[in-house]
Design a binder for this molecule. Structure first.
Ligand code: GLN
Length: 286
């Protein structure tokens, strides 16, 4: 019983931390929160459960305790509308989808923000349980991780200055192309004949470089491209794009059980319209 109460209280503390708008670092329960929670377990169980219910109601979350522990999601929160910061908090399609999956699994979600090319190593070393980062399913990545069923598609788009002479992918030959390091955009750019590749930690940095005339084009996923082009003046997205890709949640190779649970949760979220509602919240149809 006591164990149950403690876990409920931890859940309350974490939900409270989340609601306070604390982001990736502060979604962790601080030792202060934990000791406060432990102290409160000395109060009656009834009171504790009331508190849990109240917090969960406000958060519009399930009132169930998170007996399943914490699901740690790795992401790179520089990829709107899939993941980005709103104040201190990581929000976006992936963050909400993963929260919905975690809820189905009876777990609390914790988000770890890191460089995009650190995500697969973090999964392999067990630092994170899943990666939800608008990550494209590729043969190369499948050699080191498993992917869930796909939950979205992305298109590699080409961004150029409004007055650019580049009008198609073929015109990229010999040009200087900016990409986000380690992404599929990086892979495509590396295949362009005679091109010089400038690799950036963040997609937005590549776009800023483009607007300053330091590079000729940026290859990046279409949804972040839409966001960046709306925020930086003088740029446009070419009609012609590179391949369409599938986004999926990555899980460590040796974690088949979690992969199955995620696929079941995803299927339910697709079926009941939750996933579409999350997408619609972040992407307005044109
Ligand atoms: N979809 C691209 C990839 O998987 C980019 C993802 C990202 O930058 N977050 O490489």
């Amino acid at each position: 019983m006591k164990k149950k109460v403690v876990s409920v209280m931890l859940c309350v503390a974490m939900t409270a931390a989340l609601m306070a708008g604390c982001g990736s670092s502060s979604t962790e329960t601080t030792s202060e929160d934990t000791s406060a929670a432990t102290e409160e377990t000395e109060d009656t169980a009834a009171e504790t459960e009331d508190a849990a219910e109240e917090t969960a109601d406000t958060a519009e979350a399930d009132t169930e305790e998170s007996a399943g522990g914490t699901l740690v999601m790795g992401t790179n929160a520089e990829f709107p509308p899939y993941e980005y910061y709103e104040g201190q908090e990581v929000v976006g399609i992936d963050a909400e989808m993963a929260a919905a999956v975690a809820e189905k699994l009876g777990m609390d979600l914790k988000i770890e923000d890191m460089a995009f090319d650190s995500l697969i190593p973090a999964l392999s070393s067990g630092k994170v349980d899943i990666v939800a980062a608008g990550m494209t399913v590729t043969e190369d990545r499948l050699a080191s991780v498993n992917f869930s069923d796909t939950y979205a598609t992305g298109i590699q788009a080409i961004i150029v200055p409004e007055d650019s002479e580049i009008t198609s992918a073929d015109d990229l030959a010999g040009k200087t192309i900016g990409v986000q390091q380690g992404t599929t955009g990086d892979l495509y750019a590396s295949d362009v004949e005679g091109a010089t590749i400038e690799r950036y930690a963040k997609g937005m940095e590549a776009v800023q470089s483009l607007s300053q005339g330091k590079i000729d084009a940026v290859i990046i996923d279409n949804e972040p491209a839409n966001v960046f082009v709306s925020e930086v003046a003088g740029l446009k997205i070419l009609d012609e794009a590179f391949a369409t890709e599938d986004y999926a949640i990555a899980v460590a190779k040796d974690n088949e059980e979690l992969l199955d649970q995620i696929n079941t949760a995803l299927a339910e979220l697709k079926e009941d319209g939750t996933l579409q509602a999350i997408v619609d919240k972040y992407i307005t149809a044109e």
